[in-house]
Design a protein around this ligand. Structure first.
Ligand code: PLP
Length: 485
């Protein structure tokens, strides 16, 4: 039992300090001997201090009109607040909510034009096809399979459809080369878990997909810059990894129309990554989330296809291809896949068994039906629509950006990456742009493991129509001019 006597001021200032430092008040307990009006005032402050939840132990006891009162705070044994930070695993220290995410929570306001989200336009979801497919999966003949536990590898007809789909991309594969995951995000998490011990090195692009950093961070790696254009050799990567107490385990690359830059790795870069991986004897994680959304230019063979061409057999390959139905059919159903050597898929199946048994069968059945019916036609519609928006954004950028601002010209996907003159700060620009121009984007720092490149930002054109894109870029141009040195 902890007992402490404090004056009212002491109570408030001690608690305020504790909240500032630890996020929670120093005292939860019974406040006794508090005059009624003062209790009201304290309760209000405490409520604010405790983020809306007044300690359940605080109550006014008696009514004391004496001006010379004291407050007694008593934490009854076993009812002190637990200090969760003492029991969280060390990996949690790497998993922080970013300030930018907090800022982006403001985006629901209707007058803000947002280019921050990188999500599909819901108006383009094939809703009728899903209604029919879900109805079919729940029909008397199929419901016992749809609603029952199932195998961890995934729904066999979907794995077969994917094996066929991968063959169409130059990746001859069988069902045993495919694991269905709950979105490709789960594949990234599992691959991090499979490959990384604390202190190991993951090579990745700088900037890189924020969700990949989030997934890998949990396994406490060190990051090094994967730059296929540089002349850094394998020995250099290996020595730095060793000096940091681990070894290089994999190279991760978002290959087509990357999130966040919109850029595509050309054939030379893909081969260079494979060469480096061979030399280092590491895995390659090929993130192909946007692969189906090419608007122009010729498709480039996936790294897994290039490696199969070198080795003759997918089961001899080190590349693990992560695909997703989120950008093509519907992200809410959470269906993605990993394709690669059967030996690795078998390990990932064990991991999935331990983690969530299997992805929702009903969703897998619906995706299998809809993909078989409309995948090609539907992705053609998406490409037409997003291409129009990409064109509108590139045209509006050319009209409204001040001199000194540069941007990428994506051949597909959902993103354009802007580089502001050196010295400018994307985070500060976002705060200003939201306030003065009601326009939003994601500052580029969020996509860097070391928070560098603060003079960059990501724009997504997937959700806005052409008129919004024009107005939004005009507003962004004004906001940039306002803060330009
Ligand atoms: C590059 C990249 N990889 C993976 C994902 C994860 O997508 P999902 O888990 O919905 O398949 C995303 C989502 O935005 C992404 O941009």
């Amino acid at each position: 039992m902890h007992k402490e006597m404090l004056g009212a001021q002491g109570f408030i200032s001690k608690n305020l300090k504790a909240v500032a430092e630890t996020g929670k008040p120093a005292f939860t307990g019974r406040m006794v001997g508090i005059p009624g009006p003062l209790f009201g005032m304290l309760a209000k402050k405490s409520q604010r201090l405790e983020n809306g939840s007044l300690s359940p132990f605080a109550s006014p006891i008696g009514h004391n009109h004496c001006h010379n009162f004291r407050i007694v705070l008593i934490c009854p044994k076993g009812r002190e607040r637990m200090n969760w930070n003492d029991v969280f695993a060390t990996r949690m220290s790497r998993m922080k909510a970013s300030e930018i995410r907090e800022l982006l929570k403001l985006l629901d306001q209707p007058d803000i034009i947002s280019f921050a989200g990188g999500i599909p336009d819901p108006a383009l979801f094939p809703t009728q096809a899903f209604q029919d497919a879900l109805g079919d999966a729940l029909s008397p003949a199929k419901q016992s399979q749809a609603l029952q536990y199932s195998v961890s590898e995934g729904y066999a007809p979907l794995r077969d459809w994917l094996a066929d789909h991968m063959s169409g991309l130059g990746i001859p594969a069988t069902r045993d080369n495919v694991l269905i995951t709950s979105g490709s995000q789960q594949a990234l998490d599992y691959l991090g878990k499979l490959l990384l011990s604390p202190g190991d090195t993951a090579l990745l692009g700088w900037p890189t997909y924020m969700g990949a950093l989030g997934a890998f961070n949990a396994y406490e790696p060190r990051y090094d810059r994967l730059d296929p254009g540089s002349n850094r050799g394998a020995a250099d990567y290996a020595a730095e990894a060793e000096a940091a107490g681990g070894r290089v385990k994999f190279a991760y690359a978002s290959v087509d129309f990357a999130n966040p830059t919109g850029q595509t790795l050309d054939l030379g870069a893909r081969n260079a990554i494979l060469d480096l991986a061979e030399e280092l004897d590491i895995a390659v994680i090929e993130d192909a989330a946007y692969q189906a959304l090419r608007f122009d230019g010729d498709p480039i063979a996936p790294m897994l296809a290039l490696e199969i061409a070198r080795k003759g057999d997918i089961n001899a390959c080190r590349t693990l291809y992560c695909g997703s139905f989120s950008k093509t059919l519907a992200p809410g159903l959470r269906v993605g896949w990993v394709c690669g050597a059967a030996e690795v898929i078998a390990q990932l199946v064990l991991m999935k068994q331990a983690a969530d048994l299997h992805s929702a069968t009903l969703n897998q059945m619906a995706i299998a039906t809809v993909a078989a019916q409309i995948f090609d036609d539907h992705t053609a519609l998406l490409r037409r629509t997003y291409r129009t928006r990409r064109d509108a954004m590139l045209a509006a950028l050319a009209t409204h950006m001040p001199k000194g601002v540069q941007w990428t010209k994506p051949e597909g996907g959902m993103f354009v990456w802007l580089t502001l003159p050196k010295g400018m700060d994307g985070g500060a620009l976002l705060a200003h742009a939201l306030k003065s121009q009601r326009v939003a984007f994601v500052p580029g720092q969020a996509f860097h493991p070391d928070g560098s490149d603060e003079n960059t930002l990501r724009l997504s054109y997937s959700l806005a129509d052409e008129a919004e894109i024009e107005t939004g870029m005009q507003r962004l141009g004004t906001a940039i001019r306002d803060v330009m040195p």
